[in-house]
Design a binder for this molecule. Structure first.
Ligand SMILES: Nc1nc2c(c(=O)[nH]1)N[C@H]1C(S)=C(S)[C@@H](COP(=O)(O)OP(=O)(O)OC[C@H]3O[C@@H](n4cnc5c(=O)[nH]c(N)nc54)[C@H](O)[C@@H]3O)O[C@H]1N2
Ligand SMILES: Nc1nc2c(c(=O)[nH]1)N[C@H]1C(S)=C(S)[C@@H](COP(=O)(O)OP(=O)(O)OC[C@H]3O[C@@H](n4cnc5c(=O)[nH]c(N)nc54)[C@H](O)[C@@H]3O)O[C@H]1N2
Ligand code: SF4
Ligand SMILES: [Mo]
Length: 793
């Protein structure tokens, strides 16, 4: 089903009926400016919240004066409907005119991190980049050049795609795999399911019980196109009982849930094991389902290569190597949930079906996150709540993927890729990194350390990466990383480390396009980004910047293939339309500003076909079945070297890892700490906007019990500290966080200052406290694994 919204387009807009790209909104804006009347064009918010929202941009006299949200179609409660932007997308005007905007190309004149720069011309910037690039490539080879993980610029043409296209034309670059979002789950879930199957939010309407592990869609999926909204639509049809398991009494828990179960971070797998104990000992597991569809639940289906008693049931009943029965009492000591509550939860889940289980990505952002994510999937598996109406796989609620065609990046001849979290290691000891020690893919070992990085649309150079103070030390050394290009809109903490700093255009300053993100449920969309005003200073679009560098390198024709940015936008749209013929013509789309395709995904229930006929629809696991015991994992990692204390388990198990309760370090740093994804930013983006800061001020959330012990009162400024760093923030004393755990919104801008001879981050960036130690299998960002203490500042 397709809606373009064209029937309700703005009256003024209809006067631009011939828009296309020949009659651009800019041209009409110029004409309108002369008459001093308001002009209007479409734009989109392309920040990585997982959603993409259309916004309407109003200009007058060449300036953006107002941003409004989607007004096409009725504000209905079901499809087709508006896709409303949140407060962040609506802050586009403040972003454009922010005093932190990068205005000119600059070169660094101080030390890395100091933030001292000098304005240079575009010509000098482009020449410097081209010559350094050639020098480093020729001296060290293409494996020494790295494209940084950058999630902030999710448009179709003028984005990372343009940079990667140029980098491939230069002979390629060291790749990464995984993400900062869900590296542990992305590595582990396919071991169980051969992929990451997930039911659409609409399926929740058929459930009787809906259990969310560390999942806060009211905050993380808010857009009118987002899954949070679609969960609410499902709940408005029929409301199951809802249980939220989370250390925080989140907005999802306060406004949607019937019950909040506080749990210590990193311990979900222990809770699941005790639930399993109850179900096994009370004969509540779905034995027929486990026999027919799964491998490794008990010895009957355990692969021949597995050691004796390595099956899941033996592990739970204490017949496995650890000899521990996973009773509710055992789990209670680990999770902080009373044994009685665990028994009641087990009974309720076993007796209330259909059961829809989902997880956010908070639980897996831990050192034991691979096991945690697979353990949560054991809840629906053990109860046979898979592939039926009202059920889910245990993954995040599902989305619709849509075959939008992006700017082609070409081929990268470099075969090696590193886990995205290990780029600092690859600067320091790249040539020592191997498949066995660092989960390198595509090559047995790296030949080079990273010498040059291009970072456009990201803040993981420091702010979003683990252990900021250590990252700072690595980057300060210009003998290691020899050349760093950062391209952004704002003077972010990452920009402070750049050798050459490039100012990108933003939103309505260029022509581009976006499609829906990975967090949309029942709607796919194409969104026009229409140029409505000139950049105020010397900003250029990423595509244009890359074209200029390509020209300097003698690669302009290869880069453009004779197309302008606008022509690439049209090309990508036409290519997408070949795959999705129900899309309108490009002219109609550009005039309407957006096209929404409802219910593009036709299989809302995860694993439905597999459940109906597993022989005809096997999973992509080696056995075609759900692999509770993963022989593949055991084989793949048989010769790996992992850090002491780390574990890689063929069945999902709870294990105690570093910086966790029970660790000897807890005597020194008694509180667990993690960062959550809050309303006030998307990661570090939007941090510098005063309105959003005053609406969602940064603070450390601390339980009254922990505050009382330390003589801390609500509103005090506190220092949160461990061996890695010190952060200063005001404190919110609130029972919305469980005792023994503190939390703060992640993404605040790192701002280390010397106070009394100590390096104190007064910006409130949680990565001042995080470790850079990856998880054992996916080598993911275990950034929620922190022990700290807190004192009054
Ligand atoms: N408003 C907003 N929305 C966003 C983003 C943002 O920055 N701001 N970022 C976007 C991006 S890129 C991503 S990847 C997603 C991230 O989405 P998530 O990773 O799902 O978000 P988090 O807030 O990190 O974690 C979700 C919940 O897990 C809880 N939690 C933390 N550790 C544990 C644990 O060990 N066990 C349990 N049971 N719960 C735990 C947290 O309290 C939180 O409520 O959100 C996207 N949406
Ligand atoms: N401790 C801790 N750390 C975390 C997390 C956590 O939960 N805890 N979450 C992790 C997760 S899930 C993620 S996805 C990462 C996100 O980390 P990043 O991918 O670094 O995302 P942002 O911090 O949003 O940075 C995006 C940058 O893009 C810039 N930008 C926006 N629009 C444009 C544009 O048009 N052009 C250019 N050139 N730049 C633009 C913004 O100004 C901003 O500086 O952080 C991770 N870090
Ligand atoms: S929900 Fe996400 S894409 Fe939509 S306006 Fe907000 S931040 Fe932007
Ligand atoms: Mo993310």
């Amino acid at each position: 089903m397709l809606e373009t919204g064209i029937s309700r387009r703005d009256l003024l807009r209809s006067s631009l009926a011939l828009a296309g790209l020949a009659m651009t909104p800019l041209a009409s804006a110029v004409a309108a400016a002369a008459e001093d009347i308001e002009s209007f064009s479409w734009c989109a918010c392309v920040i990585n919240c997982g959603q993409r929202c259309p916004v309407r941009c109003f200009t007058k006299a060449g300036k953006v004066i107002r941003i409004e949200t989607d007004n096409t179609l009725p504000d209905a409660t079901d499809a087709p409907r508006q896709i409303r932007a949140c407060q962040r997308g609506r802050s586009m005007r403040e972003r454009i005119y922010s005093p932190d905007r990068l205005k000119y190309p600059m070169k660094r004149i101080g030390k890395r991190g100091e933030g001292k720069f000098e304005r240079i011309s575009w010509e000098e910037a482009v020449k410097t980049i081209a010559s350094e690039w050639k020098r480093i490539r020729d001296a060290y080879g293409n494996e020494s050049i790295y494209w940084q993980y950058c999630s902030g610029q999710q448009s179709i043409v003028s984005s990372r795609r343009a940079w990667q296209r140029l980098m491939n034309l230069m002979g390629g670059f060291l790749k990464y795999y995984g993400s900062y979002s869900n590296a542990q789950l992305a590595a582990a879930f396919p071991l169980t399911y051969g992929g990451r199957p997930a039911s659409l939010p609409s399926v929740i309407a058929d459930a009787e019980l809906y259990v969310l592990f560390g999942n806060n869609p009211s905050v993380t999926r808010p857009s009118g196109g987002g899954k949070g909204y679609q969960i609410d639509l499902a709940l408005s049809k029929k409301r199951p009982k809802i249980i939220v398991i989370d250390p925080c009494f989140t907005d999802t828990a306060t406004t949607r849930a019937d019950e909040w179960v506080p749990i210590r971070p990193g311990t979900d797998a222990a809770l699941v094991e005790a639930l399993a104990y109850e179900w096994i000992t009370k004969n509540q597991v779905d034995q027929a389902f486990l026999d027919k569809y799964c491998v490794g639940y008990d010895e009957k289906t355990l692969p021949a290569s597995a050691p004796k008693n390595a099956d899941y049931k033996s592990h739970i009943l204490g017949r496995g190597p650890d000899r521990i029965e996973k009773t509710p009492e055992w789990a209670s000591g680990i999770t902080g949930i009373s044994a009685d509550v665990i028994r009641r939860l087990a009974k309720e889940m076993a007796e209330t079906k259909p059961l829809f289980v989902s997880q956010g990505w908070g639980p897996q952002r831990q050192a034991n996150g691979e096991d945690t994510s697979r353990a949560i999937a054991m809840v629906p598996i053990l109860l046979g709540q898979i592939g039926l109406p009202g059920t889910n796989s245990g993954e995040h609620e599902g989305n619709t993927s849509f075959p939008a065609v992006y700017l082609p990046v070409g081929k990268n001849p470099v075969k090696a890729s590193i886990p995205c979290y290990l780029w600092t290691d690859a600067i320091v000891r790249g040539s020592e990194m191997t498949r066995r020690t660092d989960a390198l893919k595509g090559a047995e070992k790296l030949t080079q350390n990273i010498r040059m990085i291009i970072n456009s649309g990201g803040n993981t150079m420091i702010n979003q990466h683990g252990d900021a103070n250590w990252t700072h030390e690595v980057l300060e050394d210009e003998k290691k990383l020899e050349f760093l290009v950062v391209c952004d809109n704002m003077m972010t903490p990452s920009c402070r480390y750049a050798d050459i700093l490039l100012p990108d255009t933003l939103g309505p300053e260029t022509n581009d396009m976006a499609c829906q993100g990975g967090s949309h449920g029942d709607v796919a969309e194409m969104l026009a980004i229409q140029k409505a005003c000139e950049p105020e200073y010397e900003q250029k679009s990423s595509y244009e910047i890359c074209r200029l560098i390509a020209r300097e390198l003698g690669l302009e024709m290869e880069f453009t293939e004779g197309r302008t940015q606008e022509e690439w936008v049209r090309w990508c749209y036409e290519e997408t339309r070949k795959k999705v013929p129900e899309l309108p013509t490009f002219e109609e789309f550009w005039k309407a500003g957006l096209a929404k395709v409802w219910h593009y995904r036709k299989d809302p229930i995860a694993l439905e076909a597999f459940r109906k006929d597993p022989a005809a629809h096997p999973l992509k696991t080696p056995t075609g079945k759900i692999e509770i015991y993963s022989e593949q994992l055991a084989k793949e990692t048989a010769d790996w070297v992992i850090a002491e204390g780390d574990r890689i388990n063929a069945i999902p198990k709870f294990w105690r890892t570093w910086d966790m309760p029970g660790d000897s370090l807890q005597k020194k740093y008694p509180l667990q700490c993690f960062g959550f994804h809050g309303h006030g930013r998307i990661h570090s983006t939007f941090h510098n906007l005063p309105k959003l800061r005053s609406l969602h001020p940064d603070a450390l959330y601390m339980n009254p019990v922990d505050a009382g012990k330390r003589g801390i009162q609500d509103g005090d400024t506190v220092e949160i500290f461990n061996d890695r760093g010190i952060v200063r923030l005001p404190v919110r004393v609130t029972p919305r966080i469980m005792p023994g755990v503190v939390t703060m919104p992640q993404g605040a801008w790192y701002d280390p200052q010397m106070i009394d001879g100590r390096r104190v981050d007064v910006g409130g960036c949680i990565n001042t406290l995080t470790a850079h130690r990856p998880s054992p299998y996916g080598k993911g960002n275990a950034q929620h694994n922190i022990l700290v203490d807190v004192r009054k500042a």
